[in-house]
Design a protein around this ligand. Structure first.
Ligand SMILES: [Zn+2]
Length: 294
């Protein structure tokens, strides 16, 4: 069942689309989360009241009654999910079991920067907001996905450039107001091969793609964004020693999302990002449930 607010949003979107006509603004639709866009043939599991939910394979957009479809951009955290060198691996220590105790729960050992997670401004800025105090309005944003997978396949140290952003805009639309800009490098396929995701060389230097510092500065200064995200473990490319992209984005009050999943399935434009960010006290960041609605 859709809420009255959701139905009102749909009605406004339909009215607006009619007003804009065939030559209407893609950006306006993106801000509205692409309501009314045609659904992909890959969609499964349309929500029907009383129907048994369809379990779709991970990474498959799920059709819903309210928002078109929902895509999970979140990895499952496992004890062997790669963490930044020096950080402790995730552990879930089972405390009680249904069979023995009547209920089930675990205690977690968890570095804040594990799995699909947020970097709050405070992660690199002593005076920046922590994750638990970021405005929640920033957690719902038009999603722009910049696909650099072909270039990253040829260059482990690839960094998203200003030209990549301008090319995305030429192909899609001007970046919407308050956008969240994500890099799709194809790196998540490397999770299947131990060591390949962090891709350390013999000297211990990591090699994976990220945003170039000048591209980050362009987004912060020349565009309106709430944050940037990557399908690698860091906003900066792996070989960075100065973390200049973190130091550009986070002290500007923007947040980062790292280890995003399924960006290959997300549309380049027209989806709405929804971030279930962490809310423990004084969070530098933390594991987040991240969705794309389109
Ligand atoms: Zn992080």
């Amino acid at each position: 069942m859709c809420s009255p607010q959701a139905m009102a949003t749909v009605q406004r979107a339909i009215t607006r689309r009619r007003f804009l006509g065939a030559a209407g603004s893609t950006g306006a639709l993106a801000v509205l989360g692409g309501v009314g866009r045609p659904q992909s043939a890959a969609l499964q599991g349309a929500a029907t009241p009383g129907a048994t939910p369809v379990i779709a394979p991970l990474g498959t957009p799920i059709a819903t009654g309210c928002f078109g479809s929902v895509l999970d951009l979140t990895h499952t955290i496992t004890p062997d999910f790669p963490v930044f060198p020096g950080s402790e691996q995730f552990q879930a220590n089972v405390l009680v079991r249904v069979e023995q105790d009547g209920f089930y729960k675990s205690q977690l050992v968890l570095d804040e920067h594990t799995g699909t997670h947020m970097d709050a401004p405070a992660h690199f800025d002593a005076n920046g907001p922590k994750a638990d105090t970021l405005p929640v309005a920033n957690f719902v944003a038009p999603l722009a996905v910049i696909d650099v997978a072909a270039r990253a396949a040829a260059n482990d140290d690839y960094q998203v450039t200003v030209d990549d952003i301008l090319a995305w805009e030429a192909q899609n639309s001007a970046l919407p107001e308050g956008a969240f800009v994500a890099m799709h490098s194809g790196w998540e396929a490397r999770l299947a091969t131990p060591g390949a995701f962090l891709n350390a060389d013999a000297g211990g230097t990591l090699h994976f793609p990220g945003f170039a510092p000048d591209a980050a500065a362009f987004l912060v200064e020349e565009r309106s964004i709430v944050g940037i995200g990557v399908d690698t473990i860091s906003l900066d490319f792996g070989a960075s020693t100065d973390f200049a992209t973190h130091l550009t984005v986070l002290p500007a009050g923007k947040y980062g999302l790292e280890n995003l999943a399924n960006l290959s399935v997300a549309p380049p434009v027209g989806a709405t990002l929804v971030v279930g960010g962490p809310k423990h006290l004084n969070a530098s960041g933390g594991p987040s449930r991240v969705l794309a609605l389109f």
